[in-house]
Design a protein around this ligand. Structure first.
Ligand code: 3H9
Length: 696
C-alpha cells in the first residue's frame, strides 16, 4: 500500500501504520488509507491487528486545515465504524497524544495500549465543536456519562495512568509503539481475547446529581459558548438511543456547529496563535543561548518573570536594591512556588531544588556577568531604566540579550544608553507573569535578528505566546487598550453607567468589564497613566477625568474595598456603588453634558469599533505585523473572548463597512479616538477584509 497508511503482516499479526507528519492528522488520504488497510487486514490471514502511528505522536485529530471546505468521503465516523466492525480484534497503540478524531479512532479499536507519557483528549470544544466521530457516544459507553462529559467539555488531556484507572486504556507499556502493540497482539492471540466493540457496551449507571452538577459548572464556566452544553445534550440523549442513532445525532450537531461563526473564530485563533510565533524573517536565524536569565527588580512583575523562568527550568539571578528587598523578593518567589506545589503543579522536592539550585536573589549587579538574557522590570521611569541599562552595559557579557519589560517607554531611547543597541529588546510580560501567556516581543530600530529570535525562543521555553511589536506608546496591546478604555469613558460621560458598560461587555463574552478590571488592577494605575498623558492631551480631548476623583477619595479598587464597585463580605466580587454614579453625574454637570441612554448593543458596537480602529492603525503603521497579531495580543493578554476570534476577526465577521460607519457616527462628537484608521478606510474602499492581510 502507498500513501500515509500502510498495512503489513508479521506472522499472525497485521500492522496498520499511519504516517502523516507532523501530527498524523486524519486528512482525506489518511481516512481513505485506513479503509483500505482495514479491508486488507480483513482479507489477510492475520488474526489480530495493531493500529499505530509513526512520528512524534499518535493521531492529533481531524485535519483542521480541511475544515470549512466541502467534506470528502470517506468520512471519519464511517472509517471508525469500519475498523470497529472488523471481525478480528484490533489493538490501538497510543503514543504522544491521541486527540479528537485520533482518540475516536482508538475508541473504535477493540483494545487500547498507552505508552508511558501518552495522553488522550477530546479538545474539539477549543475549536467551537463537539467530538464528531463517535466521541460523545463511545466514551460514555466505555467509562460512564459523567467522566466522559467532563473529559470532552474540559478538553483536558488525560494521562496514561488515569486512562488505565478509568478503563480507557487496557494496558500501559514503556516500550516503543510497535513492540508494545506486538506484545498486546500476542496476548490477544494467547488468551483468545475477543473482538470487543465499545458501541455494543451498555452505558454504566449515571449519578444524576453529579451529571446535573457538572452541567451547571460547565454552563457557568463557558458562558457564551454553544458547543459545551450541546455536547452534553448529545451524549445524554444519544446514549439513550441505539448506537447508530446516537451517532447520527452527534453528526448533525457537529455539522451545525461546523457552520457557526464560533467555530470559524476559534479555528482562526488556533492557527493565528501558531503563525504569530513563526516569523518568516526569522527562518534560519539562530537564537542565542537562554539558560541563565537575570531579572532586575523583585516586584510583582519581576518576581512573576522569575517564577515563569524557574518553572521552565532556567537559572535565574534576581537583582534587588538592598538586603531587605532581596529577602522580600525571595520570599515572594518562594510563596508563589509553594502555591504551585499546593495546586499540584510542582512537586515539593522540585520546588526545593529550584530554590536551592536555580535561584539567586542578590543586590550585586556583578552576579549578572554570566547571564544570557537580562530582563529589567523596575519602576516605569525613563531615568531609572537608563541607569539600569548603563550598569548592564558595563557588566553583562558580550552577546547577552538586554531586555526591558517596559509597557510603554521608548526602547530606542533605552537602547541608546548602551554601546550595544543591537542587543536591546523589549520583552513585555503581562501580570501575573507566570500565568499570563502573552509576551510582546518589542523590536527596536537597531535590534539584531538573532536577538529577536532569542525573544521568540525564550517565549517558547516559557510556553508563552509571543507577538512581535514595534515601538510606540503602549506597543500593540496597551495602545489599543488606551483607546477602547477612552471610548468606554466617553460613553460613561455621555450617560452610560460603568456598571452597564461592564455588564454589556460581560454579556458579549469578556470575563470582566473594563471598570471591574480597573478595580482589580488598582485605580492608582489609571490615575498615574492619566497624569503621564496630561501634557500630551489635545484641546477639547475628553477622557475619564472622574477617575481622578475616585483616586483622590482613596477609592483604589479592590485593595481598598471601594473602587467603581463596593467589595465587602456581602459582595466579595463587588456591587455597584451609587456614590460613583453621583461623582460621574457631577462631572457631566461640570462639563455641561446632558446624559442620554445607551443600549447594551450600542455600548458593544462603540467599544469594539474603537478597539478595531486602533488595531487597524497599529497594523497600518507596522507596529503589529498583521491583523492576526492584534487578535492574538487581545486574546492572550486582555481577556478577549476566544469564541469571537479577536477584534480583527470579529470585524471581518460583522463587516468592515459597518465598523467604519459606527466610527464615523461616533466621530460626530469630535473625539479624537474616532479618527478613522487609513487602513480601515482603504480596506472598505477595496471591499477587502483584515484577513486578506494575514496571508503572508
Ligand atoms: C477533530 O478531531 C474533530 C473530530 O472529532 C471529528 C471529525 C469528523 N490538523 O501545535 P504544534 C499542525 S477536531 C492540521 O505547533 P505541538 C500545526 O498547525 C481536531 N494541522 O505542535 C503545526 O503546523 P506548523 C482535534 C495540525 O507539538 C504543526 O501541526 N484536535 C493539527 O506543540 C505542529 O503543531 C486538536 O484540536 C490538526 N489537527 O502540539 C489538536 N494539529 O508546523 C490540535 C496540529 O505548520 N493540535 N497541526 O505550524 C494540538 O493540540 C497540538 O498541535 C498537538 C501538538 C498537541 C497535537
Amino acid at each position: 500500500m502507498e500513501g500515509p497508511v500502510t498495512y503489513e503482516t508479521h506472522g499472525d499479526i497485521g500492522v496498520i501504520r499511519i504516517d502523516n507528519p507532523p501530527v498524523n492528522a486524519t486528512s482525506h488520504a489518511v481516512r481513505a488509507g485506513l479503509i483500505a488497510a482495514a479491508d486488507a487486514f480483513a482479507a489477510s490471514p492475520a488474526k489480530v491487528a495493531v493500529l499505530m502511528a509513526e512520528g512524534r505522536t499518535f493521531v492529533a485529530g481531524a485535519d483542521i486545515t480541511e475544515f470549512g471546505k466541502p467534506p470528502l468521503e470517506p468520512h471519519l465516523p464511517d472509517v471508525i465504524n469500519r475498523i470497529e466492525a472488523l471481525e478480528k480484534p484490533v489493538v490501538c497503540v497510543i503514543h504522544g497524544t491521541a486527540l479528537g478524531g485520533g482518540f475516536e479512532i482508538a475508541l473504535g479499536s477493540h483494545y487500547r495500549v498507552m505508552i508511558t507519557g501518552a495522553k488522550i483528549g477530546l479538545p474539539e470544544v477549543n475549536l467551537g465543536l463537539i467530538p464528531g466521530a463517535g466521541g460523545t457516544q463511545r466514551l460514555p459507553r466505555l467509562i460512564g456519562l459523567v467522566p466522559a462529559c467532563e473529559i470532552f467539555t474540559s478538553a483536558r488531556q488525560v494521562g496514561a495512568a488515569e486512562c488505565l484507572k478509568l478503563g480507557i486504556a487496557d494496558a500501559l507499556s514503556d516500550k516503543a509503539p510497535f513492540e508494545a502493540g506486538m506484545d498486546f497482539a500476542r496476548k490477544i492471540l494467547d488468551e483468545g481475547l475477543p473482538v470487543r466493540r465499545v458501541s455494543e457496551m451498555d452505558v454504566p449507571p449515571t449519578d444524576q446529581d453529579a451529571l446535573q452538577a457538572l452541567t451547571n459548572r460547565v454552563a457557568k464556566a463557558n458562558r457564551g459558548h454553544v458547543c459545551h452544553l450541546k455536547g452534553i445534550d448529545v451524549a445524554i440523549v444519544g446514549t439513550q438511543k441505539p448506537f447508530a442513532e446516537g451517532l447520527k445525532m452527534e453528526r448533525a450537531a457537529f455539522w451545525e456547529l461546523m457552520q457557526s461563526p464560533q467555530r470559524a473564530a476559534m479555528i482562526h485563533a488556533f492557527f493565528a496563535e501558531r503563525k504569530v510565533a513563526n516569523l518568516p524573517e526569522l527562518k534560519g536565524v539562530e537564537p542565542r543561548p537562554i539558560g541563565h536569565v537575570g531579572v532586575i527588580g523583585g516586584g510583582t512583575m519581576g518576581s512573576g518573570i522569575a517564577v515563569s523562568c524557574l518553572l521552565s527550568g532556567l537559572r535565574v539571578t534576581l537583582i534587588e536594591r538592598n538586603a531587605e528587598t532581596v529577602e522580600h523578593a525571595h520570599n515572594g518567589i518562594a510563596k508563589t512556588l509553594a502555591d504551585s506545589v499546593k495546586r499540584g503543579k510542582l512537586g515539593a522536592d522540585a520546588r526545593d531544588a529550584l530554590l536551592a539550585e536555580k535561584l539567586l536573589c542578590t543586590d550585586k549587579y556583578e552576579k549578572l556577568a554570566a547571564a544570557d538574557v537580562v530582563i529589567e522590570a523596575v519602576f516605569e521611569s525613563m531615568e531609572v531604566k537608563k541607569d539600569v541599562f548603563t550598569k548592564l552595559d558595563a557588566i553583562c557579557k558580550p552577546g547577552a540579550v538586554l531586555a526591558t519589560n517596559t509597557s510603554y517607554l521608548d526602547i530606542n531611547e533605552i537602547a541608546a544608553m548602551t554601546r550595544r543597541p543591537q542587543d536591546v529588546i523589549g520583552l513585555h510580560f503581562f501580570s501575573p507573569a507566570h500565568v499570563m501567556r502573552l509576551l510582546e516581543v518589542v523590536v527596536a530600530a537597531k535590534t539584531a535578528p538573532e536577538v529577536v529570535a532569542t525573544g521568540f525562543a525564550l517565549a517558547k521555553t516559557l510556553r508563552k505566546v509571543p507577538v512581535r511589536a514595534g515601538v510606540c506608546d503602549g506597543f500593540i496591546g496597551n495602545r489599543i487598550l488606551k483607546t477602547y478604555r477612552t471610548a468606554a469613558d466617553i460613553m460613561v460621560l455621555e450617560g452610560a453607567s460603568p456598571f452597564q458598560v461592564d455588564k454589556a461587555l460581560v454579556d458579549f463574552g469578556f470575563a470582566m468589564g473594563p471598570y471591574a478590571v480597573a478595580d482589580l488592577a488598582g485605580l492608582d494605575i489609571g490615575y498615574l497613566t492619566r497624569q503621564r498623558l496630561l501634557p500630551q492631551r489635545k484641546p477639547g480631548e475628553r477622557w475619564g477625568e472622574w477617575g481622578d476623583v475616585l483616586y483622590e477619595k482613596g477609592r483604589l479598587g479592590r485593595k481598598t474595598g471601594h473602587g467603581h464597585y463596593i467589595y465587602d463580605e456581602a459582595s466579595p466580587k463587588g456591587r455597584p456603588d451609587p456614590e460613583v454614579e453621583e461623582i460621574i453625574a457631577h462631572e457631566r454637570a461640570r462639563k455641561g453634558i446632558a446624559p442620554r441612554s445607551f443600549t447594551d448593543a450600542e455600548i458593544v458596537e462603540r467599544y469594539m469599533a474603537a478597539m478595531i480602529n486602533e488595531g487597524a492603525k497599529v497594523v497600518g503603521e507596522g507596529i503589529a505585523r498583521r491583523p492576526m497579531d492584534v487578535d492574538v495580543t487581545l486574546l492572550y493578554g486582555y481577556g478577549f473572548p476566544r469564541f469571537r476570534g479577536g477584534p480583527m476577526h470579529y470585524a471581518d465577521q460583522i463587516g468592515l463597512a459597518k465598523v467604519l460607519a459606527t466610527i464615523e457616527e461616533a466621530g460626530k462628537s469630535g473625539d479624537l479616538i474616532w479618527e478613522p484608521a487609513p487602513l480601515l478606510k482603504q480596506l472598505v474602499a477595496e471591499g477587502r477584509s483584515f484577513d486578506s492581510l494575514n496571508k503572508d
